[in-house]
Design a protein. Structure first.
Length: 178
């Protein structure tokens, strides 16, 4: 699978429309610059890729989500599933560690897609000003492991009622802004 996986792109676009009511424009593929790759770790530094998303969002004046078929880390963290500008306009989701195969499991496209959608909703929640939620079932709960990701976000809306209320208010502000 690569970033031209039309089923995954369609699932992401569809869920963003369903949850937020936003129009989604799928843009072109962007290569991750080599300077953001840490050879000794075999991973990309998160800040570089998030910076790319931020620059694109400034140019386009839109919320930009990069779905990167990469493995990334930040600071002292061994890995990250994603990152977003809090109350900003840029977010990134990294696919590598969302795949069951990464953990030695059999490939499961349905599970992989669910994980990706949960992380997309989590990072867009940060863009809309949501912090981490104490409710372990809410998609805004912090994921330390892939098991945390699998447990959370199993509401129809992904978010608990408290976070969903904040999301709805934030989404209306964004709709007026755009």
């Amino acid at each position: 699978m690569n970033l031209t996986d039309s089923n995954l792109i369609s699932a992401i676009s569809s869920e963003i429309r369903r949850i937020f009511g936003w129009n989604v424009i799928v843009s072109s593929y962007v290569d991750a610059p080599a300077e953001y790759f840490n050879r000794s770790r075999g991973q990309y530094i998160l800040e570089g890729i998030l910076g790319m998303a931020s620059r694109i969002s400034s140019e386009r004046r839109d919320i930009v989500l990069i779905v990167a078929d990469l493995d990334a880390y930040a600071g002292d963290l061994n890995f990250v599933f994603g990152q977003a500008e809090f109350n900003g306009s840029a977010a990134v989701v990294y696919l590598e560690r969302l795949r069951p195969e990464f953990y030695g499991e059999r490939g499961d496209y349905s599970l992989f897609t669910k994980r990706v959608l949960k992380e997309v909703m989590h990072e867009l929640g940060h863009v809309l000003g949501l912090g981490h939620c104490g409710n372990w079932r809410c998609v805004m709960h912090f994921s330390n492991t892939i098991m945390d990701t699998d447990r959370k976000g199993n509401y129809d809306s992904y978010y608990c009622s408290r976070c969903l209320d904040i999301i709805r208010r934030s989404s209306r502000k964004i709709a007026r802004r755009v």
